[in-house]
Design a binder for this molecule. Structure first.
Ligand code: PAF
Length: 279
């Protein structure tokens, strides 16, 4: 496995790697969720690249950029064990050189949910992912369903800007009690870690109601809110039952939908989602 910092070195190495090339973009602090993406990339592609870059452009001024977990040595040993071909760990100045002023904005899909909670977040994500696609020239790129809106934004961006890359989405990887794996789970104190299961409990309660015949969007949102309200350490960021292609909030009857949650536990905002589909 080659680890490079300079874009020129990445390009040189990439030129000798066979296609299809699979890219797994990450911000490091790797966990089983990331490794599930890498394993799938290994199965489906003839070479695999991983980026590790804590992208400042997707963090708001009051967010956790400085404290975001970083463990590059451990990350690299995990990737080496998976047989990754190349890892790019660029400096910030390599990705955003002095004078940088070109941004990618996916207009509508970036507005609700995480976009409303984190202004500018998806502009940062879409821009860095576009740059990663240019750098790695992957035929396939792998993302987790846990960040469902991110996947939608990236898919739209890739289609709109004619990137010849297939966006592959892998299921959310969960702890045994249902908590979705996330690098930010490391922030949780023991009591908060316990309370954090409320996201999955809320989603599964609403899904159970849907599977039992409940189709009213507002009633499903009430079920989500009710479970979260019963957890003393949890504070609702947002609760959404939305159209899975536009992310517009559903009104009245839902036959297919995406339920999304942002819930603050202590100082940590966690997100999760589950699809609804009556078929
Ligand atoms: O999901 C993430 O870790 C990041 O948003 C991504 C896609 C690597 C872009 O920085």
């Amino acid at each position: 496995m080659k680890v490079v910092r300079a874009l020129a070195d990445l390009r040189r190495l990439r030129a000798d790697l066979p296609n299809p090339h699979g890219l797994v973009p990450t911000m490091g602090a790797l966990h089983e969720g990331h490794l599930s993406l890498v394993r799938r990339a290994k199965r489906e592609c003839d070479s695999v690249g991983v980026s590790i870059f804590v992208n400042p452009a997707q963090f708001g001024p009051a967010e956790d950029l400085a404290s975001y977990p970083r463990n590059i040595e451990l990350d690299l040993s995990m990737l080496e064990a998976q047989g990754v071909d190349v890892v790019w760990t660029p400096e910030e100045s390599e990705v955003y050189p002095p004078g940088f002023q070109t941004w990618v904005t996916v207009e509508e899909l970036s507005r609700p949910l995480e976009g409303a909670r984190r202004p500018g977040h998806f502009r940062g994500v879409a821009t860095v992912v576009a740059k990663l696609f240019n750098a790695f020239q992957p035929q396939r790129a792998f993302f987790g369903q846990k960040d469902a809106q991110q996947v939608m934004v990236i898919r739209r961006m890739a289609a709109d800007l004619d990137f010849p890359v297939e966006i592959a989405v892998c299921p959310t990887v969960r702890e045994s009690d249902g908590l979705a794996m996330s690098s930010r789970n490391a922030y949780l104190k023991p009591a908060e870690r316990q309370a954090a299961t409320v996201l999955f409990r809320a989603l599964t309660a609403a899904k159970r109601a849907f599977d039992g015949g409940e189709r009213d969007a507002e009633r499903l949102r009430e079920i989500l809110r009710g479970v979260i309200a019963a957890e003393p350490l949890a504070k609702i960021g947002y609760v959404s039952v939305a159209d899975p292609s536009s992310l517009a909030e559903a009104a009245g009857r839902v036959n297919v939908g995406l339920m999304s949650l942002a819930v603050q536990i202590g100082n940590t905002m966690l997100i999760d989602n589950l699809s609804l589909d009556e078929r």
